[in-house]
Design a protein around this ligand. Structure first.
Ligand SMILES: Cc1ncc(COP(=O)(O)O)c(C=O)c1O
Length: 394
């Protein structure tokens, strides 16, 4: 029998850097153990306190049945308490918080709750792929705004064309920003909210990285307003819980309510024993402080090496990523390929893989590469030495 993929699945571009993958696996097969800065998946263990709470939850909830679609009351209350303590934002756990199976499902699915065919969603480029993929699957049209060094990695709201804004329903923003590591300045938020209200746009604020910061704790958009705003939070990076799949949405109760309605039709909620682990994670700050210091150490090892070989590297105020502009005379793909040679054996992601082309066909990430600071501190030291050697700086 012939199997035919849907037009939508067929229309999705494949992974554009198959060549990088091929070279990395060739290195592994050849016995070279590449230092892998590719995927932003923390390699430090999930904290003990979280693992213990999950284990206890499995037994305590032996006959608990399906989880709550929207999250157990204990989880929603813990989220509300944490949001108040961290951001001084008071939320009603009944109407303004809903559990998610990690941010990815929520980011991908949310547009289904608000889009009609042909509606436009403004997405950052480079940016997290589910912003645009979720829009496409909901029948909407992504429109990409550039997030580049030239504009301080912030959207240039005044540059968005009026005809696009007339059809737009929503804008995605992501601060602290992946991949650039930028923390939005405080005056960005009220300006964004005022602008979005004037164009009747919903704001989806992806705040997955608010806890991975180095200088000052980033703000949440909810410190500046709630009307028409929905925040997507996650414990994946704060508490090394990528495997557990737990996060939440919060904000304008009308948007949270639409999300809940959507969610009851899509999935059956986050496992309740995982929510027990999340409650334990939210009650503890020590592991978060320790996590930050590890990323800071890695950042401080790698940035000087990248600068020594001619990269322009923003200081990375937050997140687990570095986003160097690669040395003059090469693009991100050439730089990544050079690092993948046998004598260097380092994997990073060429920037063009992380961004969709803009309306004029240019790719904002083309001259960048992304380093996810997930190898150990020791491996970061080895990588720094290899990078310097590769470009004749030792
Ligand atoms: C910008 C951004 N948002 C959201 C997520 C989703 O995280 P999760 O689905 O693990 O909660 C990620 C994961 O890497 C991300 O980079």
């Amino acid at each position: 029998m012939e199997i035919r993929a849907s037009k939508r699945i067929q229309s999705l571009s494949g992974y554009p850097f198959a060549e990088i993958d091929r070279m990395a696996s060739e290195l592994r097969i050849g016995g070279f153990d590449p230092i892998d800065f590719g995927v932003g998946d923390p390699t430090e263990p999930t904290p003990d306190i979280v693992r213990k709470a999950v284990q206890a939850g499995v037994d305590a909830r032996a006959s608990a049945g399906y989880p709550s679609y929207v999250g157990d009351r204990s989880f929603r209350a813990a989220v509300a308490a944490w949001m108040e303590q961290r951001f001084n934002v008071r939320l009603d756990p009944e109407t303004e918080v809903c559990a998610t199976i990690g941010s990815k499902e929520a980011v991908f699915n949310f547009p289904n709750a608000i889009l009609d065919p042909g509606d436009v969603v403004l997405c950052p480029s480079p940016g997290y792929p589910p912003y645009n993929r979720g829009t496409l699957f909901a029948g909407g049209e992504p429109w990409y705004y550039p997030v580049t060094m030239e504009n301080g990695f912030l959207p240039n709201l005044d540059a968005l064309p009026a005809e696009v804004l007339a059809r737009a329903r929503m804008i995605w923003v992501n601060y602290p920003n992946s991949p650039s590591g930028t923390v939005a300045p405080d005056d960005f938020w009220p300006a964004l909210i005022e602008w979005a209200h004037s164009h009747r746009l919903i704001i989806g604020s992806d705040e997955a990285y608010t806890e991975v910061w180095f200088n000052r704790p980033p703000k949440s958009i909810l410190e500046f307003g709630r009307d028409g705003i929905i925040v997507f939070q996650s414990l994946s990076k704060r508490s090394n819980m990528t495997c557990h799949r737990v996060g939440w949405v919060c904000g304008d109760p009308r948007l949270v309510s639409l999300f809940k309605k959507l969610k009851t039709n899509i999935d059956s909620g986050t496992a309740t024993f995982i929510q027990d682990g999340a409650v334990a994670a939210l009650s503890d700050q020590a592991h978060v402080d320790a996590m930050r210091e590890v990323y800071r150490a890695k950042r401080d090892i790698l940035i000087p090496a990248l600068r020594d070989v001619g990269c322009v590297v923003p200081d990375s105020e937050a997140t687990l990523y570095l986003w160097p502009k690669v040395p003059e005379g090469m693009d991100g793909l050439e730089f990544a390929t050079r690092l993948l040679s046998r004598d260097v054996a380092i994997v990073c992601t060429p920037g063009a893989a992380l961004g969709e082309p803009l309306a004029d066909g240019t790719s904002p990430g083309r001259f960048h590469a992304r380093f996810a600071l997930v190898p150990s501190v020791e491996d970061c030291c080895r990588a720094a030495e290899r990078i310097r050697k590769a470009f004749g700086r030792i």
